[in-house]
Design a binder for this molecule. Structure first.
Ligand code: GLC
Length: 653
């Protein structure tokens, strides 16, 4: 009989009352040094403990030595808190006092590969003035840890979370860089690649050597019986490279679960030791001065037979448990989810107790969709329904990133606006690979799956938006059109609500780089077409106002500077409006007394937004278009040129 009585809070309290004195004894020497701060730690521990206990009990409570797991986890918390450098403890206090930093209009992100941008970590420090000039306050360095030589999925096959890839530097260099970034108020963002390790990680090596404790760190099988049963429901992530999600390992004489590449071994989170060990790796990273951890491949971390093993409830519980631990040891740390899955699932990872930040793959995909169709109905419908997220959380908005573009809009949404989702995805793939008649795009196919017809797209912002095609054709008119498309997308990324994340190189309009094709380690992965080496000569060009690079760069800076002066652009309300025109996409951003109406023309024709719709949005009297410093008089229709964006200040006087 369910009495409704929840025994867990009481048991949580009892367990902590038993464990804490024991931990205080175990760490008594070290605690002597930190006694004045111990109470602060303890109050955070008490505040988070109940939920941590409940999560862990849900995951591992059925195991007979659950209390031992709890004890070990409390020890980890104390150990990593003791090891946390004093400056980071100061940063914790500073960030706790400013909970709105991440949602502020002042936040602007950038992401780059260290080796491609500046060769190594120590030289990266020389480019801080560049980031300052751009106004970057959040810097994501793509995975920089020790990896296998040769193919390593662009750093996403980590062999050691505590060692930097020697080609780009050392942990010491990372610490120096982190300190320099802190000095400039730039938050360091690193990946926490926690779904899998590389097959060269010490745990994998021990598993290969037959150590049963480490064998249970991974999901391995003596024969095909279970893999075949699981496989029925799984999708292939990299189908052109490999079919199926399991790899035969000669050393172990067993099949290993490998969702991505065969050298990326999925961790077995059903084993509490794996949870604890990875929590320690996470806290170690936090103690290097990381403020945002990008949780890689979140969707895949829990498996259950008979499901597609994506987005299972336990995946959320694991992240929440990590979140509670970070909040106790390193409260300045936030998580960003990398869930490039259906929109309904993306949103489930976003919560202050889980991931405060999330990539916004829906906005990204639909901006490209609207650019191809020159129509905004799917964008308008989907965002109207799906933009809202819990208070204190924020989207990370991007147009391009290091990965491919997948058309992750919701099928029901598409049908609701009269679009056949399957046919539409086919059209978008044709369009962005330049196959569709009249297409301006020079995307490159990624991972065509012959069984499902699924395809994704690689390519840089500029090449996808028509610049490469226009330059090849030496057609000035087409070049201008491409420039306008690029600026339109950027202006939306800067204004719609969330942290705009620049894929560094896009600020000056980098094009596809096909040299990856001559590198045997990269040729099979077309994502390298948009992961090219930074051309520093382009920065030299920036003094020359005739170049496209100069124009792109300065337009970017102008947008960023403007964004930072407009409190209405902080994260929060974004109200999609009815523009009355199928090619326009508009929204209102408001905060305190500021109200902005932003309208974007996705068509290559000039057109009007009618006066009645403008009035419905609150436009009265003369209003200023902040992007051009021009005054628009109300009382008449508003003219928008092809691909024009306007940011109107419609605050009440
Ligand atoms: C994430 C990364 C991607 C990588 C995959 C496996 O999706 O963004 O680049 O291939 O995880 O780690």
């Amino acid at each position: 009989m369910n009495t409704g009585y929840d025994w867990r809070p009481e048991q949580a309290r009892k367990s902590l009352n038993r464990i804490l004195p024991e931990a205080e004894t175990a760490f008594s020497d070290e605690l002597q040094q930190a006694i004045h701060e111990w109470n602060k730690f303890k109050s955070r521990l008490h505040a988070e403990w109940e939920r941590l206990f409940i999560y862990l009990h849900g995951l591992y409570g059925w195991q007979y030595d659950f209390f031992y797991t709890l004890q070990r986890i409390v020890h980890s918390l104390v150990r990593y808190w003791l090891a946390r450098p004093a400056e980071l403890k100061k940063l914790d206090a500073k960030r706790e006092a400013d909970p709105f930093r991440l949602t502020s209009e002042k936040m602007v992100g950038g992401v780059l590969y260290v080796d491609l941008f500046s060769d190594n970590l120590s030289k990266l420090g020389d480019h801080l003035p560049y980031f300052k000039k751009l106004g970057i306050t959040y810097l994501h360095l793509m995975p920089l840890f020790a990896v296998p030589r040769g193919d390593n999925d662009g750093g996403y096959a980590v062999s050691d979370y505590r060692a930097v890839n020697p080609d780009i530097g050392s942990m010491d260099d990372l610490a120096k860089l982190a300190a320099a970034l802190r000095e400039e108020e730039i938050s360091l963002v690193l990946d926490f690649v926690f779904n899998h390790t590389s097959d060269e990680h010490i745990w994998a090596q021990k598993a290969k050597a037959g150590d049963p404790d480490f064998l249970s760190y991974y999901l391995t099988f003596p024969d095909r019986e279970l893999p075949d049963q699981f496989q029925k429901y799984l999708r292939d992530i990299f189908p052109t490279i490999r079919k199926g999600s399991f790899t035969w390992c000669e050393d172990m004489n067993r099949w290993v679960w490998t969702t991505f590449n065969s050298y990326q071994w999925d961790l077995n989170y059903a084993n509490p030791e794996v949870f604890r060990a990875m929590a320690e790796e996470m806290l170690f990273l936090a103690n290097q001065g990381v403020e945002v951890l990008r949780l890689d491949a979140v969707a895949f971390i829990w498996k259950r037979l008979g499901t597609n093993c994506e987005n299972l409830p336990e995946a959320h519980t694991i992240i929440r448990a990590f979140n509670a631990m970070a909040r106790i040891v390193a409260p300045c740390v936030s998580y960003k989810s990398e869930a490039i899955v259906e929109p309904d699932e993306v949103i489930r990872y976003i919560h202050p107790d889980e991931c405060r930040l999330s990539y916004n793959p829906l906005l990204m995909a639909l901006l490209w969709e609207a650019l191809a169709t020159q129509e905004t109905k799917l964008l308008e419908y989907s965002l109207n329904k799906r933009y809202r997220i819990p208070e204190g959380c924020t989207w990370v908005n991007y147009i391009r990133c290091h990965d491919d573009i997948g058309w992750t809009f919701d099928d029901q949404d598409a049908r609701a606006v009269g679009i056949d989702p399957v046919g539409h995805r086919y059209f978008l793939n044709q369009f962005y690979t330049g196959e569709y008649p009249g297409s301006f795009s020079r995307g490159v196919p990624f991972q065509f799956n012959a069984d499902t017809g699924d395809l994704r797209i690689s390519g840089t912002l500029s090449s996808l938006a028509g610049l490469e095609d226009a330059i090849t054709k030496k057609d000035d008119e087409l070049i201008e059109k491409a420039v306008r498309r690029i600026n339109l997308l950027r202006s939306i990324m800067m204004s719609i609500g969330g942290i705009p994340l620049l894929y560094i190189g896009d600020e000056w309009g980098m094009l596809n780089d096909y040299t990856y094709l001559s590198d045997p380690l990269k040729a099979a992965d077309s994502r390298w077409v948009h992961r090219s080496k930074k051309r520093w000569e382009a920065r030299e060009d920036l003094a020359d106002q005739d170049t496209l690079e100069w124009r792109f760069f300065h337009e970017m800076i102008k947008l960023i500077n403007l964004r930072k002066t407009l409190p209405a652009l902080q994260n929060g309300g974004m109200e999609v409006i009815n523009t009355g025109n199928p090619h326009l996409f508009g929204y209102i951003r408001a905060f305190n007394h500021q109200r902005l109406l932003i309208v974007n023309n996705f068509s290559e024709q000039q057109l009007m937004m009618g006066v009645a719709h403008l009035r419905d949005c609150g436009v009265k009297g003369d209003v200023v278009n902040l992007l051009k410093d021009e005054i628009l008089s109300s009382g008449s229709d508003m003219l928008l040129h092809d691909y024009q964006a306007v940011w109107l200040d419609i605050s009440a006087p």
